[in-house]
Design a protein around this ligand. Structure first.
Ligand code: SF4
Length: 415
């Protein structure tokens, strides 16, 4: 690899590490073309995660870090004194193919700063995709960033070549955008999301009529929100996520704990630790919304607008709604089973299926490998309660705390 490309790669791979919206999921791009390489289906794009949670299975780079915008929280902002670099579309395509042939990667995650103009940047992203799919016949997974403000026609064309697209919102309110990223406007960010949603719907109809019609963004769209750069509470972040899932068919919302690298009176002090636990709780709450039929507003109260850091969101919800418990597992609806801490989707499905044959016992739940250490406080099995003194949040909290301390002590004894 020539030195110039290597230098650009160092700069632009490093600059991409703050973007976490790079998971490929549910893509089955078939690659039946003779002579083409890469296949997101057969090779099974697998995700590996670095110790700090970043996705590393894809070649993850920026097309450029030379940005015309000046978002205060961003290393690549126009007024920051960092080394700048810009790839050409041909360079990105060649790098991807080189890395793919050497088995280093299975796909590409291409993000970008806004260079010269949104249109110019999006056009170069599109050109990269076109080269990969036509000149190099690359059938592997490609996730590209959409640049808000770019011509919808370029976004549309890119969407027929990409597996996934994402538009990063970064900050959850107009006020926060105004404070830290004044060149970004909420309406402008939402436009390409709505476009991807409607193009996808049109495409689905076309594909019903014409079997060979190309697929538009088969992996759907995702976005990223930064956590902790502003004072926005978790309720604001999750309400926005809920509305993106409901209104623009967002496939995933990713949360990225803000790492203080920039000194500014509008940002957390450089000594502030990244809110990793908070990020984790947001992912747990997001999981409840996507798979457990929770709505974001159920996870908060008038006064508590942030998720509890000690107990996970499902447990916290159960403590606040303790009058709904204990739930009898042999009678509860599927939806009620999903609400029991310790019960996952598979457990709830299995209970509904197996109790048709015979009433379940506590032992049969154990055999299902149910997390009874949590669930036992919230259920009865054939009328019998196994959780100790009673369904009392304070007792349950103290029991869980004691058990966790005991588990940690046991761990130390093993060392
Ligand atoms: S537009 Fe993106 S790359 Fe440019 S300063 Fe803002 S966050 Fe950074």
């Amino acid at each position: 690899m020539d030195d110039n490309i290597f230098e650009k790669l160092k700069i632009l791979a490093d600059a991409a590490k703050y973007d976490v919206s790079c998971v490929s999921s549910g893509v089955d791009r078939k690659n039946n073309k003779v002579g083409s390489i890469g296949n997101a289906s057969a090779s099974g794009i697998c995700h590996t995660w670095s110790s700090d949670g970043r996705c590393i299975s894809l070649l993850k780079i920026l097309l450029t870090n030379d940005c015309i915008y000046d978002c205060m929280y961003c290393m690549n902002r126009a007024t920051n004194n960092v080394k700048r670099a810009t790839f050409t579309p041909e360079e990105v395509a060649e790098l991807t193919i080189e890395f793919y042939r050497r088995n280093y990667i299975e796909g590409l995650f291409l993000s970008s700063a806004v260079n010269i103009s949104p249109n110019h940047t999006m056009e170069n992203i599109y050109k990269t995709l076109l080269l990969l799919r036509t000149k190099y016949n690359f059938g592997g997974y490609v996730h590209v960033k959409v640049i808000p403000g770019a011509d919808p026609e370029i976004i549309r064309r890119a969407g027929f070549l990409a597996d996934r697209m994402s538009v990063n919102i970064e900050l959850p309110t107009r006020e926060s955008l105004h404070l830290l990223a004044p060149q970004k406007k909420a309406e402008r960010l939402l436009l390409p999301m709505n476009q991807i949603k409607s193009e996808t719907q049109i495409n689905q109809e076309e594909r019903k009529k014409y079997k060979n019609a190309k697929t538009f963004v088969p992996g759907g769209q995702s976005t990223q929100l930064i956590i902790g750069a502003t004072n926005d509470p978790d309720s604001t972040i999750l309400n926005l996520s809920q509305s993106l899932y409901d209104k623009v068919n967002m496939k995933r919302v990713f949360f990225s704990a803000y790492i203080p690298v920039i000194s500014s009176p509008n940002l957390p002090a450089l000594s502030t630790a990244p809110p990793l636990k908070r990020e984790h709780r947001l992912y747990q709450a997001d999981w409840l919304m996507r798979f457990y039929k929770f709505k974001s507003d159920e996870l908060f109260t008038e006064t508590e607008r942030n998720l509890d850091l000690e107990f996970d969101p499902k447990l916290t919800w159960a403590f606040r709604n303790i009058d709904r418990f204990p739930i009898e597992v042999n009678k509860a609806s599927y939806d009620d089973l999903l609400r029991i801490p310790g019960f996952g989707v598979l457990t709830a499905e299995r209970i509904v299926k197996e109790r048709k044959g015979a009433l379940l016992s506590y032992d049969s739940l154990k055999k299902m490998r149910t997390a009874l250490n949590r669930a036992k406080y919230f259920i009865t099995v054939n009328g019998k309660y196994y959780g100790g003194v009673g369904v009392d949040p304070e007792y349950i909290k103290s029991d869980i705390r004691q058990k966790e301390i005991q588990e940690q002590l046991n761990l130390f004894q093993l060392l």
